[in-house]
Design a protein around this ligand. Sequence first.
Ligand code: A5A
Ligand code: ZN
Length: 476
Amino acid sequence: MVGRSRWQNNFSEWFNEIVQVAEIMETRYPVKGLYVWLPYGLKLRNHVISALKELLERTGHREVLFPLLIPENLFKKEAEHIRGFEGQVYWVTHGGHDRLDIRLALRPTSETAMYPMFSLWIQSHADLPLKIYQVVNVFRYETKMTKPLIRLREVTTFKEAHTAHATAEDAERQIREAIQIYKQFFDRLCIPYIITKRPSWDTFAGAVYSIAFDTLAPDGRTLQIGTVHNLGQNFSRVYDVQYERVDGSYEHVYQTCYGISERAIAALIMVHGDDIGMCLPPEFAPIQVVIVPIPYKDVQAPIEQTCTEIYERLKQAGLRVELDLRDLRPGNKYYYWERRGVPLRIELGPTDHANQRVTAVRRDTGERIHVPLDRVAERVPQLLREIETSMRRRAWEEFRKRIKTIASVDELQNAIHNRNVGRVPWCGNEKCGLEIEERVEGSVLGEELFTEAPKNRSCVVCFQQANKWLVVARTY
Ligand code: A5A
Ligand code: ZN
């Protein structure tokens, strides 16, 4: 397969094309980095958002909605934050013909909009912890190449959660909860990930430290699909977010924030895709089952009749099902739905009809399964669950195969060049991390978390005792 697959060897072109032909996005909007969600794509997006909201609500996060505009004086309070973002901010300078007294930033993220309100809302210990989130659009004037769903200038699906706590330990606990939520979210999407602590030079602007989830594109580049930041008291000091302790003294709160965007949807498309197009996990697929009749001379009417009955039955069972009665050749219909990632197709031809059965075809494996007519309503949901489980397993298998544990910088360069992610023993010293970035054609993702420390290994740069795994890859 390798060498011929467009999905792997021409991933960028494949992705841009699929996003358009599968009717996820209209990519021809005349502003760079802005795209239009199409009906099919929007359904997919909404299923993804629902899953994320459900996980947040279940853990006590409450949804809010803040304004898009942030006054310049508030935006510029936290020095590190502004240093990190100023090159990416769009400014509103006029209202009609009037020049505004204070310029307004289109939020690139909402810390500086929210935390002045936190300072009003939080008075005492009893107001903590505060856990809120919103799903909004944010604007970032990205200078790297823009790409639908992956690098946008208007991010339309920015889920940002923000929390405030009484102690540093509570904030640490919140970081762990956020990681658990994101794990569950990506597990539901059947997207494999590696979790790293970002190096100091790649920490979120204003954070004490950042943790990131990365997945792998078919071309071997990693894609950051979510981040969790410990903000310490950096923002609460500047925005004066304090609470009164039981003993009457005051302390600044400890904060965290964590975000996910439509990159998660890009990951869904690319991880499970193939040369034909998308393959969507049943939980998120806008259409889970498509029924395609294969008419044949005088059995056309009874075949269509049976298909309609199956359609009704599956719909009643709560499935998102489509009956394709268009005047097209069956082969064209197959291709049409395959590109759009419909996980299961039900065919009913003359032989099936004669045998009182249907043929179910799995999008993920191509496997054809005969199902007796009277068992369709029971078998189809089972098949969808099997598809989900095997999509998750296969994605993780492919992912693990491409994470290479490596003992030298030369091998690391080789591995990255061959579209893998490298994992090398590291002493923990920043200088060694930076030197690696100079010597190989990849970037340091960071220190791998939730893994066993290397034993009796030496750092690939300085050859001192290694106590961490450093993850290095080409990135998006
Ligand atoms: N306030 C915190 C949560 C924040 O802004 N973090 S972040 O900058 O790391 O963004 C969160 C996530 O949004 C990133 O991990 C990335 O997956 C996604 N993201 C960031 N910039 C993006 C862009 N220009 N287009 C699409 N997704 C983006
Ligand atoms: Zn070292």
